[in-house]
Design a protein. Sequence first.
Length: 114
Amino acid sequence: VQLQASGGGLVQAGGSLRLSCVASGNTDSIITIGWRRQAPGKEREEVASFSSDGSTIYAASVRGRFTISRDNAKNTVYLQMNSLRSEDTAVYYCTARSRDRRHWGLGTLVTVSS
């Protein structure tokens, strides 16, 4: 499974961005898929994901501001980020889990200026 994330950039606080993640390869093996982020000097944390039953999971810090969605026909997962805050500044990674391992894409940088 290969994951290609895009959509990061520089945005002012209160603004919005939409990240995209295109999955390719053995996509039928994917069990869960979502987004994690890593801010400078901090550990990587989960942001939002689809669980194995298709339900969505959000970190408390983004619930109500971020929305994860998917287009199965395009093998694409999106992260709509609204009301962005300076603390959302991080490298965002698309990640998926299959039966035997976790897959990671290259990150996309989101910078929120205050």
